[in-house]
Ligand binder design. Structure first.
Ligand code: FAD
Length: 407
């Protein structure tokens, strides 16, 4: 069997940022990254693609270009974990052993849980910003729609970027307002959850936009089936099932732990995500295993913004464990959701565990609870640059982990 000091599963935001962070601290470290995909995506950009602000290709780069030079890239999918033997089995049947394992394969989009959806995605007016190839279709539909009904759905939690379903809607409404067709379009937000957004401080600003755009807000409605050719969507509501005709349907798929994680000894009993301590991000049963990003069980908002703070925490804690010590730093639950309420303005939600507000900027500069132009510049200009050049390269501007001093 192959062996490496550190094995990382997944070369997404979390896997690459953690590898770079560890290598910056310890350049000679032997790290392998298990990642089957040829491309790496900046998924936060897909909301902008769906609104015609970014071209899709700016959100995609070859995986080879983001792999840290000193890491070994294993181009294969992980298939199962044998943590009691410090071993991972890959899809081709080969095995790798490790001293430290870091699990970051993201979340699985469960399109198949909505009957009929997969057959009609990308046609019949059915789209989703949750896929690289479909986000441009959202913009195509927005430009083409002049009247009728547009439905935006949101599945039960957890999902990555919980604000993304409504971001797609606000930016669509803004475009329709610009072209003077918004009055002829019935816009509905049908959310499986019981609130528009989970942190109450942001609700007043969001509700102003719901009213301004004339959005019909429907809560506790779960999309269960789509009939593309007939252009109808079926929602499960408290009153039973409701079949609704649509002209455009933006779907956000239900999301679950990757199956091979859920099936493994690393899984949290209920959610199936990697069962980690929410502060140290170390596995609760296997002390040489860590988990972060969308695949982790920690109850933060599943965002790249969270990963930006988690990666250095995992890096310093994993290096400490490699040296025979205990974890030295705690993650505070930070996550962020830049809510694009109109083209040019954003409500910048930033919060930690239990909905505690954690603004990165003083209120006089950016009041996150209000729509701001500076927040839009952050999302459209600064953050993509910080992602590709800073976060993926292990530069930790503003996110240095606070290392606890020994008691
Ligand atoms: P990912 O980046 O998804 O990476 C997972 C990697 O694991 C992939 O490369 C995959 O190929 C690999 N993998 C999967 N299975 C295996 C396997 N079996 N073996 C090995 N490797 C495997 N975040 C924000 O901060 N702000 C936003 O505004 C924002 N907007 C978003 C909008 C949309 C439409 C979407 C879809 C996401 C958005 N996000 C946003 C969320 C953000 O993209 C994710 O939270 C982030 O990418 C999580 O990083 P990750 O590394 O955990 O997962």
């Amino acid at each position: 069997a192959l062996t490496h000091e550190v094995v990382i599963i997944g070369g997404g935001s979390a896997g690459i940022a953690t590898a770079s962070s560890m290598l910056r601290r310890r350049p000679g470290l032997d790290i392998a990254i298990v990642e089957p995909a040829e491309d790496h995506y900046y998924q936060p950009g897909w909301t902008m693609v769906g609104a015609g602000v970014f071209d899709a290709p700016v959100t995609r780069r070859p995986m080879a270009s983001v792999m840290p030079r000193r890491a070994h890239w294993i181009r294969e999918a992980a298939a199962s974990f044998q943590p009691e033997h410090n071993q991972v089995t890959l899809a081709d049947g080969s095995t790798i052993t490790y001293r430290i394992l870091i699990v970051a394969p993201g979340i699985r989009l469960a399109w198949e849980k909505i009957a009929g959806l997969e057959d009609t995605l990308g046609k019949n007016g059915v789209t989703s910003n949750y896929r690289y190839d479909l986000a441009p279709y959202t913009w195509e539909l927005v430009q083409g729609l002049k009247s009728g009904r547009a439905i935006f759905s949101q599945p039960p939690m957890p999902i990555k970027c919980a604000g993304a379903p409504q971001k797609a809607m606000y930016l669509s409404c803004d475009a329709w307002a610009d072209s003077h067709v918004l009055n002829d379009i019935d816009v509905e937000f049908r959310n499986a959850g019981g609130v528009l957004f989970g942190v109450k401080e942001y609700l007043p600003a969001l509700m102003e936009y719901v009213e301004k755009y004339g959005i019909d807000l429907k809560l506790n409605q779960t999309l269960v089936a789509v009939d593309g050719p007939a252009k109808t969507a079926t929602f499960k509501t408290e009153a039973g099932e409701e079949v609704v005709a649509f002209d455009m349907l933006h779907v956000v798929p239900p999301q679950v732990a990757p199956q091979f994680v859920a099936d493994s000894p690393l899984a949290h009993a209920e959610s199936g995500f990697v069962d980690v301590d929410k502060f140290t991000l170390r596995h609760v049963r296997y002390p040489n295993v860590f988990g972060l990003g969308d695949a982790g069980s920690s109850p933060n908002a599943k965002t790249a913004a969270a990963v930006r703070k988690q990666a250095p925490i995992v890096a310093v804690n994993a290096l400490a464990v490699l040296d025979g010590k205990q974890p030295v730093a705690d993650y505070d639950g930070y996550g962020s959701c830049p809510l694009t309420v109109e083209r040019g303005k954003i409500v910048l939600a930033e919060f930690g565990y239990d909905g505690e507000l954690q603004p990165s900027f003083p209120t006089w500069l950016i009041d996150g609870t209000r729509p701001r132009r500076l927040s839009w510049l952050l999302k459209s200009e600064a953050l993509p640059w910080i992602y590709w050049n800073g976060m993926l390269n292990g530069h930790e501007w503003m996110v240095k982990p606070e290392v606890k001093t020994a008691a």
